[in-house]
Design a protein around this ligand. Structure first.
Ligand SMILES: [Zn+2]
Length: 280
């Protein structure tokens, strides 16, 4: 009953508050969205409107995000859940955006109990306890079809975290075969670890060999950006992601890679994040 009322309230909000036509047109013209059908574009637009309504997007360190920038961020963020439930991101509420890559100070405890602190520059980070952190420079360079998309990467982590720590095994839909998911991903992951160990060529970014969680997030980037490469090299992974995201990007995207036709801007040194914490 409450679910039904919530759906009705959401539907009436969406009917009264669509994303502005001109802002939406600029976003949907980006390469990432090539080939979406009219009903898919409409669903994506509604998800984007709901995302903008329910998430706080906080720019930091002098960054200003205008409405167009927010729509471009939201459209990429909701592409993975376009055919899933509106509530797929409802367990967290904030996106923090830095001008460029940011310095993250984190710590971990090793197997004998020693605490290690370390720093790293990041383009994005999905914090288990809440926000997604993003570098705007990297967000703006993401919606190309080159297999690299920090927004899809971090939001894949968020989907993965819906059933606990990010481990490469998000909650699967009814009817999906958990053992097939495990076999497809563990075979690919073990192979990528070997390729990374021996510094060998890989058709997939070897950051995927960092952990099963990164493997799922990196494969998700390829699924939405260069699906032809993914289905050629890792057909079992493609099939599982097709079932999970309920999309078939091979059918809509060209079998080419688009790269940005501009040089990255120099936005100065990376800025430390204010709060240390885990990262994934
Ligand atoms: Zn990651």
């Amino acid at each position: 009953m409450f679910g039904f009322l919530r759906q009705r309230r959401r539907a009436s909000f969406l009917a009264a508050n669509p994303v502005d036509d001109a802002l939406w047109q600029t976003a949907i013209d980006l390469p990432l969205f090539i080939g979406l059908t009219a009903p898919e574009r409409q669903r994506l637009r509604e998800h984007a409107a709901w995302f903008l309504h329910t998430k706080t997007i906080t720019p930091l360190h002098g960054l200003e995000l205008n409405e167009q920038a927010r729509v471009i961020l939201a459209a990429q963020a909701v592409l993975p859940i376009m055919n899933l439930d509106f509530d797929a991101y409802d367990d967290w509420s904030e996106v923090v955006v830095y001008p460029g890559q940011f310095l993250s100070r984190d710590r971990y405890t090793d197997h004998i109990g020693l605490v290690h602190e370390y720093e790293q520059h990041l383009a994005g980070q999905a914090r288990p306890e809440g926000p997604v952190l993003l570098s705007w420079l990297d967000v703006s360079q993401s919606p190309w079809l080159d297999g690299w998309n920090v927004v899809i990467h971090e939001f894949a982590h968020k989907l993965d975290m819906r059933n606990g720590d990010a481990n490469g095994r998000p909650p699967l839909h009814a009817g999906m075969d958990a053992s097939e998911w495990k076999t497809a991903f563990s075979q690919a992951y073990n192979q990528l670890v070997r390729l990374a160990e021996y510094n060998m060529y890989s058709p997939i970014d070897l950051y995927a060999a960092e952990s099963p969680a990164e493997c799922f997030a990196v494969f998700s980037e390829y699924f939405f950006e260069t699906p032809h490469a993914l289905v050629t090299h890792y057909p079992r992974i493609y099939e599982q992601l097709k079932l999970f995201y309920r999309q078939d990007p091979v059918k809509r995207l060209p079998a080419v890679r688009y790269r940005p036709a501009f040089e990255p801007l120099d936005l100065g040194p990376a800025i430390p994040t204010p709060v240390p914490g885990g990262w994934a």
